[in-house]
Design a protein around this ligand. Structure first.
Ligand code: PLP
Length: 389
């Protein structure tokens, strides 16, 4: 990054610019750059915590593994949901204690389970018999929670098909865990990432409460309900404020799981709004003289941080130096020589008519699932730069 003041770029609204957007407006960047505000992460952590009450928050590290974020959350007393040995090592290196870390991926390498066990981690996720066998062998006596397959088509980024087991299998897995000398302490699920309203949790919670009751009736003394992530960020469509949303989720969970220890794993809802990407327009063109749409090519695309535009699921907001001027529909694409690198085409984006190559763009609320999704060098483009304020 070159630290030059660029007075010509009020690319964010003059009213209430965030610290991140002020920093972007005042500096120049050689490459697409994610700027993160860890004070904002801490603020958001406390907003969620105020709504979630006694719930144990385990930050889903995959959303943004910046060391500075982990260190700030350790200082605030957060716990962590790790998906791999790498994420466990990261949390430990920033001062998290092993009992603050759960190994939440249901697909774990045996050697990573052994590593986690040797590091003192005692809480693991599973959704299959073979996974329980691996855990029993490499982390004998560990506590496990069984992940349920749930369906929630209302989430903008559903996670439903890949993870979890059905009701009957979850109860069988509780029994198997016991046979293997493990402690089946609870159930987990993920309602789907970017579940915009708390009321969208109702059906899933009712279903999980039914499985919980069945497992208890089968003699399993469950004490832990892990409600996963799903807490939303603002991408343009209305979302409830974090504390109110979290409080409503807590109320619904407590009503269905009285006395249970509640655990939540927010990722997106904790960090997305704490970062913005500074990038640039590389080309504006049309495919023919009567093309109704302009094609706008940015210097960032699906392979350099914006993977969540797959299926146009997550729709980011763009600020340009021409905001307030007349707009027209654009197909937005990334810079790589791959025809899959188109961000929004089914639903084009309205951008200022005067947009030109070289214009600087701010992509708002991109603190989650961007830097960690960026490839190491597709087409020779470097990974997304990250600056932490
Ligand atoms: C097990 C688990 N927990 C939590 C999360 C975080 O979800 P979100 O970003 O919606 O909060 C994820 C996301 O993939 C996950 O896989």
């Amino acid at each position: 990054m070159t630290m030059l003041f660029d007075g010509a770029l009020p690319s964010v609204p003059v009213s209430l610019p965030t610290r991140v957007e002020r920093f972007i407006a005042e500096n120049r960047f050689d490459h697409p750059t994610l700027v993160l505000d860890t004070d904002a992460v801490v603020e958001r952590f406390h907003a969620l915590k105020s709504g979630l009450g006694q719930t144990h928050i385990h930050y889903a590290v995959k959303a943004n593994p910046a060391r500075e974020i982990i260190a700030r959350l350790v200082a605030e007393g957060s716990n962590f949901d790790a998906a791999s040995r790498g994420e466990i090592e990261l949390c430990l290196s920033q001062g998290a204690r092993p009992e603050q870390i759960s190994f939440g991926n249901t697909v774990k390498r045996a050697s990573d389970i052994a590593f986690a066990h040797s590091a003192g981690i005692r809480l693991f996720a599973a959704d299959a018999a073979e996974e329980l066998e691996k855990i029993a062998e490499h982390a004998p006596g560990a506590m496990v929670y069984l992940r349920l397959l749930v369906d929630n088509p209302q989430a903008d980024w559903p996670l439903s098909r890949k993870f979890g087991s059905d009701r009957d299998m979850a109860i069988e897995l509780c029994a198997l865990a016991k046979e293997l000398g493990l402690q089946p302490v609870g159930l987990s699920f993920h309602v789907g990432s970017q579940t915009r309203r708390a009321s969208m949790w109702t059906g899933v919670l009712d279903y999980v409460a039914g499985v919980w009751a069945d497992a208890k009736a089968a003699g399993h003394d469950l004490t832990l309900i892990n409600i996963g992530g799903g807490f939303p960020a603002f991408y343009g469509e209305p979302v409830e404020a974090p504390a109110a949303y979290a409080a409503e989720v807590r109320r619904m969970v407590e009503a269905r799981f009285p006395g249970a220890r509640i655990m939540a794993e927010p990722g997106r809802g904790l960090v997305a709004e704490c970062g913005a990407i500074a990038c640039e327009v590389m080309l504006v063109s049309r495919k023919s003289g009567d093309d109704l749409h302009r094609w706008v090519y940015l210097d960032i695309g699906k392979f350099s941080g914006l993977a969540e535009t797959i299926d146009e699921a997550i729709r980011y907001q763009f600020a340009t130096p021409h905001d307030g001027e007349a707009t027209g529909p654009c197909i937005l694409a990334g810079p790589s020589c791959d025809s899959a690198d188109v961000l929004y085409e089914k639903r084009p984006v309205a951008l200022p008519i005067s947009l030109r190559s070289g214009d600087r763009i701010v992509i708002r609320n991109t603190g989650a699932y961007t830097s960690s999704y960026s490839s190491v060098g597709f087409n020779g483009f470097p990974p997304l730069d990250v600056i932490v304020l």
